[in-house]
Design a protein around this ligand. Structure first.
Ligand SMILES: Cc1cc2nc3c(=O)[nH]c(=O)nc-3n(C[C@H](O)[C@H](O)[C@H](O)COP(=O)(O)OP(=O)(O)OC[C@H]3O[C@@H](n4cnc5c(N)ncnc54)[C@H](O)[C@@H]3O)c2cc1C
Length: 390
């Protein structure tokens, strides 16, 4: 059996759902999202959901600010709940990183981002439970915080359906067809063919495999990023702010039920390739202890927190730790992948940008720095910190 669509979106994570919503919003009538498991089954459902605004380039800064404005009014702009908690975020840097932070912030402020640099001694004014020792400066982003990636995906998916998009779960794409240098459609695991002039690869951790179905090799490595969950004791007091300790190498973000999610900011995930099928598998306490030690140094009161659980997450990482948002060399086959560990907070703007590019509408942000061909032979370099400051 053969069906037709104006666009097939492969992958029902936060990226695919946002793109479907925006494509339908720009008047595309038959948008079909094919998700091999269920919505948010991939990296999205395992995400820590932090929304910080510190980014090293004007384009990524503009993207995160556009996205933040959506998270803040998600019910109105999209519908449903984003779980956005604007508790504020603090980003600690070493003395050596401070000049870069100051230069980056100057660019970001000109774009409308609200943030201020605190002297380590002034930190207690905002969050008294972080140890300022070893910090050269702390960036305070009062509007940042965290959100619920699964809820955001479901919100976009519902709103996309209301705009006429079709979302099918449990449907895996197993072949991508082309003729004369153009994509022509896909075949699913049940053997059904869908003809479409546009196919979008939003397969996240599986995007390299999906790219290969079209003969396109994506420079993306799937790198392991474990997350650990601890329970704060009652004496800790109210939830802490989101804290990203670039100097000490860990992060913490509060969760309901006195829980804190934490992970490393020093490991180079690209050096730890992971089979994406292991997503969500258990990470042991041994692995957690090095991270928890750093967390306990950064927020000494967390040193007494009870270890609850650890799981394996993973990032789809490009050589410059920034997404690929572009048409591939195969005409009509678009890529929205390689989110490199920050695809949740960028998802609203990613959907907006991709939908504009696909439909030939003016893009809201200059897409050049997300171009497919920008790497030309470079290997994965730097660590996640390269997505904050360069
Ligand atoms: C542990 C962890 C912590 C993170 N923390 C943050 C954070 O704090 N802040 C932030 O902004 N970002 C964070 N991220 C990153 C962010 O969550 C991801 O970049 C984002 O969710 C990726 O969404 P996606 O839709 O691109 O990919 P995914 O969510 O991986 O979705 C891809 C989908 O494609 C489907 N699929 C794959 N192959 C096929 C096929 N052949 N046919 C059909 N469907 C297919 C998969 O089942 C999957 O559902 C984190 C990620 C992880 C894992």
């Amino acid at each position: 059996m053969t069906r037709t669509a104006d666009a097939v979106v492969i992958g029902g994570g936060v990226t695919g759902a946002s793109i479907a919503f925006h494509l339908a919003g720009l008047g595309m009538k038959h948008v079909l999202v094919l998700e091999r498991k269920f919505l948010a089954a991939g990296g999205t459902g395992r995400s820590v959901g932090i929304i910080r605004q510190l980014y090293p380039t004007p384009e990524t800064s503009a993207m995160v600010l556009r996205s933040l404005r959506v998270f803040q009014r998600f019910g109105e702009v999209v519908g449903g709940e984003a779980g956005y908690v604007g508790c504020g975020a603090l980003i600690g840097v070493s003395a050596a990183m401070r000049p870069k932070l100051e230069a980056t912030l100057a660019v970001q402020r000109a774009l409308g981002i609200r943030a201020e640099i605190l002297e380590p001694d002034d930190l207690a004014r905002v969050e008294g439970r972080i140890d300022p020792a070893g910090l050269g400066a702390v960036l305070h982003e009062p509007e940042s915080g965290y959100g619920d990636p699964t809820a955001v995906t479901l919100g976009y998916a519902d709103a996309a359906r209301q705009r006429g998009a079709r979302i099918e779960q449990g449907v895996e794409v197993v072949a991508i067809h082309q003729a004369g240098g153009r994509v022509t459609g896909v075949t699913t695991a049940t053997g059904e063919r869908v003809d479409a002039p546009v196919v979008v690869n939003c397969a996240g951790l599986w995007s390299r495999m999906v790219g290969r179905l079209a003969g396109i090799d994506l420079p993306i490595v799937v790198g392991r990023h474990p997350v650990f969950i601890v329970e704060r004791d009652a004496a800790f007091g109210p939830p802490h702010l989101v804290y990203l300790d670039l100097a000490g190498g860990s992060y913490v973000r509060p969760e309901l039920g006195n829980l804190t999610l934490t992970g490393s900011l020093t490991d180079d995930e690209a050096e730890h390739p992971m089979d994406p099928e292991l997503l969500g598998s258990e990470a042991g306490f041994d692995e957690a202890s090095a991270v928890l030690e750093r967390t306990g140094r950064a927020v000494p009161k967390l040193a007494d927190a009870r270890y609850r659980q650890g799981y394996a997450g993973a990032f789809d990482i490009t050589p410059d730790w920034m997404p690929i948002l572009d048409e591939s060399p195969l005409a009509g086959f678009w890529i929205a992948a390689g989110m490199s560990g920050h695809g949740f907070k960028l998802a609203p703007a990613v959907g907006e940008l991709l939908a504009a590019l696909i439909t030939g509408t003016a893009p809201p942000v200059n897409p050049a720095s997300f171009a497919f061909g920008r790497f030309a032979g470079t290997d994965v370099a730097g660590t996640f910190v390269a997505s904050y400051l360069r």
